[in-house]
Ligand binder design. Sequence first.
Ligand SMILES: [Zn+2]
Length: 120
Amino acid sequence: MKRGQTLVASLIVIVIILIAAAVIYGGFAGAKPTPKADGRGKTVLGNARASAQDEVCRSNIAQVRALLETAKAGDDEFKPKTVAEIPGAAAVSTCPVGHEPYTIDEEGKVHCPHLGHEKF
Ligand SMILES: [Zn+2]
């Protein structure tokens, strides 16, 4: 019964592939996390992409803060009201998730206005 064994083996492989696809793309129906903004919590891939974008935002803010410090070091009176006024910061001046421009508060600290990025 070699033919029957091959058929069973093929079916098992197909079932394993379908289970893997369900886990990666959809999650199990009973174990779905609550969907949140930005595709977060919908799928494993959605969560991975959202985490990657969060990291890009953190990196952008770190660069803007470094550029701001550099500009302040060269000019003690330099107090920009927007990130666009910081030399060299144009390319990293917005959140990669919501594309909102970063803000500078009264204390001169750079923040992301995107929901969930307040502590970056
Ligand atoms: Zn952000």
